[in-house]
Design a protein around this ligand. Structure first.
Ligand code: SF4
Length: 232
């Protein structure tokens, strides 16, 4: 059993999403505008790696692919923790195969601070929740975390990083993560498709990549509408 931060957040939005990820991934459609947003977020995240000066990045891909090699990343992170590297980016941790990679892990006198980078100027509740997943995994790996920050995009080119501390809010969610991580882990392996009615969760907080699969009538209707419009 295993779940990643993205899987956890998707499962909390709608458990059926992670069931579909495992059993019917061929129905996943990432809209182009969402992919553009993800790419822009990755670019901002890459730039932010140097916000504290020199750093070591842990990303390792499986040979010939762009798929992260999680086990190799975890081993690399461990090596840098033991060496006392001051700033570790994409620091990877695994606990019972549950996995996370932290954008920036910065050494302090007593432990480490976490910095999660988000390409927006608004601090959203889901950022606190996904940081709580990171904190839960790292804490179970016996790494002492002092403070937790979200790095937002100030949209000011001269001073792009807006740093918000969220330590208390994140640490308070540890039990909430514990209650849900094992439930979602079990649920994604269930044999039968999870029966969940489409609803508000299909668009909140993010549009679901299985929207077309769960709303076939609407999709057909919009396809028909498109054909009619094209005929006119
Ligand atoms: S479209 Fe809606 S019901 Fe279907 S998996 Fe996504 S969130 Fe769940």
């Amino acid at each position: 059993m295993a779940i990643t931060k993205t899987g956890f957040m998707r499962g909390m939005q709608c458990p059926k999403m992670i069931w579909l990820d495992r059993h019917k991934p061929q129905f996943k459609i990432i809209p182009p505008e969402v992919q553009e947003r993800l790419d822009a977020g990755n670019e901002f995240g890459d730039r932010a790696m140097s916000m504290f000066g020199p750093y070591e990045e842990m990303t390792i891909y499986r040979p010939g692919t762009l798929i992260p090699d999680k086990k190799a990343m975890v081993a690399n992170t461990l090596k840098h923790l033991e060496a006392g590297t001051p700033v570790i980016c994409e620091a990877a941790f695994m606990n019972y195969n549950n996995y996370c990679a932290v954008d920036i892990l910065r050494k302090t006198d007593t432990g480490y601070d976490i910095y999660e980078v988000k390409n927006t100027n608004e601090l959203k509740e889901q950022f606190i929740e996904d940081s709580a997943f990171q904190y839960y995994i790292i804490d179970r790996c016996q790494i002492k975390i002092d403070r937790i920050y979200i790095v937002l995009n100030s949209e000011n080119e001269d001073d792009p990083y807006l740093i918000e501390e969220v330590t208390d809010k994140v640490k308070k969610l540890k039990n909430w993560v514990n209650e849900n991580i094992w439930r979602l882990n079990r649920l994604q392996y269930e044999k039968d498709e999870i029966d969940i009615e489409p609803g508000i969760q299909c668009n909140e907080p993010y549009e679901c990549w299985y929207y077309g699969y769960c709303h076939p009538a609407k999709q057909e209707h919009s396809e028909e509408r498109k054909l009619i419009d094209e005929d006119i």
